[in-house]
Design a protein around this ligand. Structure first.
Ligand SMILES: [Zn+2]
Length: 310
């Protein structure tokens, strides 16, 4: 329960900051962001290590937030700074496609132990992305799919020994596919492998001193990239989650790919967790099939995107 409460609080803070930013500028000095790390101390320490490694590689990006979507008990979100982050239109540092936001589905890890083929999971992710695109407040935003060329499009898995360090700028949002249980245990800590359905990790841009940038002066950290990882534990006949298989439009106790993809790509588009109550796509714990945004999801997207491009 402590975990659930913490997740709820983090979500409320994130949403109120987002809503606050809508009407007027938050009262922080320009270019200065407050470090107020929140979440699991061991995960935050690992994020700091990763960020030192990225700095050592000469890359001006840093892991900023990890949000876990779970079944059963919730897990706190993990974020480094107090202020939220936003995508910046036309940001050449991330090879932006104009004012659009690009996404990619990594087809090399698209099949599941429960028997889904890559084409099925990719189509479900595309439907989820299309649902967000259809939101009124996202009319000014083009969400553009980029083809998987076969090049490794993700980086976060490499820090845990589950893949190579790919090219982080093949697309803004990468749905990185279904990875083994051990990866989620390594990222989330004890119990993560059987409780975490998927997670979203967002990186921001930093300067050479590791300080977040704000090139458009909107008082939000500048989002660099977002990666989504799905846990292939569910439906693995050899494991204790065989009874919760990934499926397409599958009711509980199965896990519906489109529902999880809608939640995860909500993070990719800037939403944090909130509720329950109220019920929302962005609730931190899985509650069965949910293919349509609910009122607080609408409000959250409007708060983030109504001033786009900025
Ligand atoms: Zn989430």
């Amino acid at each position: 329960m402590a975990n659930c409460r913490l997740t709820l609080l983090t979500g409320i803070v994130a949403l109120s900051l987002a809503l606050y930013g809508c009407g007027q500028s938050p009262s922080v000095p320009e270019g200065v962001f407050t470090r107020a790390a929140a979440g699991d101390p061991s995960i935050l320490a690992r994020m700091e290590q990763i960020n030192q490694t990225l700095a050592g590689m000469g890359l001006n990006i840093a892991a900023e937030e990890i949000d876990f979507f779970t079944i059963g008990q919730g897990r706190p979100s993990n974020r480094i700074h107090q202020q939220p982050f936003r995508w910046v239109g036309n940001d050449l540092r991330r090879l932006a496609q104009g004012d659009g936001i690009t996404y990619l589905v990594d087809q090399s890890d698209g099949k599941t132990a429960s028997g889904l083929r890559n084409a099925q999971t990719e189509a479900a992710i595309d439907r989820a992305t299309g649902t967000w695109q259809a939101e009124d407040c996202l009319k000014k935003l083009d969400i553009v799919k980029r083809a998987d060329t076969g090049a490794d499009p993700d980086i976060f898995d490499s820090f845990f020994g589950f893949g190579r360090f790919g090219n982080p700028f093949l697309a803004d949002i990468v749905n990185a596919g279904w990875l083994p249980r051990a990866f989620f245990e390594a990222v989330g800590g004890p119990g993560g492998g059987r409780g975490i359905l998927a997670f979203s990790v967002t990186f921001i841009f930093v300067d050479d001193d590791g300080v977040p940038t704000d090139i458009n002066g909107d008082n939000y950290l500048d989002t660099a990239l977002n990666e989504v990882y799905y846990n292939d534990t569910f439906g693995d006949r050899k494991g204790d989650r065989a009874g919760n298989p990934w499926g397409i439009n599958i009711p509980l106790p199965g896990i519906d790919v489109e529902t999880v993809a809608l939640h995860e790509n909500g993070h990719s588009l800037g939403l944090g967790h909130f509720g329950p109550p109220p019920d929302a796509v962005m609730n931190p714990v899985y509650a069965g099939i949910r293919h349509s945004p609910l009122p607080d999801d609408h409000a959250g997207m409007c708060a983030v995107w109504e001033s786009w491009p900025k």
